[in-house]
Ligand binder design. Structure first.
Ligand code: HEC
Ligand code: HEC
Ligand code: HEC
Ligand code: HEC
Ligand code: HEC
Length: 271
């Protein structure tokens, strides 16, 4: 009974979510923003092509989520009454992005970069771009991009401070994936790594070498605790393997022994 109910619910949920999912996909191409801009050559049409395949496009963040306006009406698309914001100027970019990326933007405004906004400091778009934004990694910290305004020294120190923790996180992720493949429930471990990783990736925007170093110690400690749990699981598995091995050896011995006994019994009978 419970089984049948479960299935009915599953089907209901499926039917409920299927149509909205499909229409969300269609809406993406049906917004008047993409229909009109997509057909215009040059700088006014370029954002559509750059935005395709971006992390925002893949997460359903469309033109009007950033720029405002009415995505369903050709005539009112740019209407300020429908919330159209236009394109932000350099100094307005952090607030523009900060409507969604609240924590990062707070860190940014407190940093040397945020303090120098409008006076030679970089804004979000300087490092991430505006339309072709991809998942952020420490690869964004490199001599080519970070020496446009100052020397690479302190940028490199931050990158080095980040690199150790980043490597620690990926090796833990690898170990946990291996445990998962052996059929162990690793969802709690995955959750802990995920939350440490998220907190850790915010740190960069402070561009404060001292702070990154200090907090890195804290993160390493948290990761150390998770590593301890992973090692305990691995040790448990190894113990089971040894016992499993011992049982197999005993079974083989028992088999050989009974074969010998049987043989000598038969020989005794014949002789
Ligand atoms: C009927 C065609 C058309 C539609 C529909 C349309 N746009 Fe535009 N858009 C343009 C043209 C042409 C320009 C350049 C001239 C101008 O600024 O009006 C432009 C300019 C822009 C700019 C740059 C403005 C600036 O301040 O430099 C942004 C941002 C923009 N559109 C976003 C949108 C969004 C978001 C939508 C949907 C809600 C949309 N557009 C719908 C044709 C369109
Ligand atoms: C993640 C937020 C975001 C999304 C999504 C986004 N834009 Fe933009 N757009 C910006 C920012 C920031 C600028 C201004 C900085 C710049 O020019 O790079 C901008 C600038 C523009 C401009 C002015 C370009 C110029 O050279 O004058 C146009 C036109 C535009 N966007 C259209 C679009 C269209 C069409 C879409 C949907 C395909 C879109 N944008 C999606 C953030 C966004
Ligand atoms: C000087 C270059 C630079 C500037 C300016 C910058 N970022 Fe970043 N951002 C990075 C780097 C590098 C990372 C990756 C850090 C890591 O992986 O440890 C990152 C990571 C991110 C992430 C992913 C991490 C997370 O916590 O979700 C987001 C979102 C982000 N940035 C948004 C922004 C926004 C919004 C602004 C403007 C307020 C901004 N960035 C300004 C370089 C920059
Ligand atoms: C309407 C909300 C919204 C706005 C405005 C917005 N973003 Fe995003 N952004 C998202 C969502 C949703 C994601 C995908 C989920 C995630 O990774 O947080 C994302 C992801 C990102 C990432 C990748 C994060 C990662 O984990 O590596 C970066 C970098 C980023 N955005 C930068 C920007 C920049 C720069 C701007 C301004 C030009 C901006 N965003 C404006 C909603 C927004
Ligand atoms: C558009 C110009 C510009 C770009 C690009 C830029 N910076 Fe900066 N940066 C500044 C300014 C301005 C300051 C503040 C004045 C100073 O300390 O030199 C600064 C300061 C710093 C500081 C010192 C902070 C402190 O409190 O001591 C670090 C670290 C830093 N930037 C790292 C980076 C990294 C990493 C990148 C590349 C991802 C980068 N910067 C790209 C303009 C830039």
């Amino acid at each position: 009974m419970i089984h049948i109910l479960g299935r009915t619910w599953g089907l209901l949920l499926f039917l409920l979510f299927l149509p909205t999912d499909v229409s969300a996909q269609q809406n993406q191409d049906e917004t008047v923003c993409i229909q009109c801009h997509g057909g215009i050559p040059g700088a006014i049409g370029a954002p559509v092509r750059q935005w395709q395949g971006s992390i925002h496009q893949r997460h359903g963040v469309l033109c009007f989520h950033c720029h405002g306006g009415d995505p369903t009406d050709f005539g009112l698309a740019h209407s300020p009454e429908r919330g159209f914001l236009g394109a932000p100027g350099d100094e307005d970019v952090p607030k523009f992005c900060g409507r969604c990326h609240v924590g990062v933007t707070e860190d940014y405004f407190e940093s040397a970069h945020g303090q120098a906004l409008g006076a030679g400091g970089p804004n979000c778009v300087t490092c991430h771009g505006s339309h072709a934004v991809q998942r952020a990694t420490s690869e964004l910290i490199n001599p080519q991009d970070c020496t446009r305004c100052h020397e690479y020294g302190r940028a490199e120190e931050i990158k080095n401070a980040i690199a150790g923790t980043e490597a620690f996180i990926s090796s833990l992720e690898g170990d946990v994936a291996a445990l998962h493949r052996l059929g162990i429930d690793t969802s709690r471990l995955e959750g802990s790594i995920f939350s440490v990783r998220n907190e850790f990736r915010r740190l960069f925007h402070s561009v404060d070498v001292e702070r990154v170093r200090n907090e890195t110690d804290n993160f390493q400690q948290q990761l150390g605790v998770i590593a301890g749990q992973v090692e305990a699981l691995q040790a448990e598995l190894a113990r089971r393997k040894v016992w499993g091995g011992a049982v197999v050896v005993l079974l083989i011995l028992a088999g050989v022994l009974s074969l010998l006994l049987y043989k000598s019994y038969m020989e005794g009978k014949e002789g």
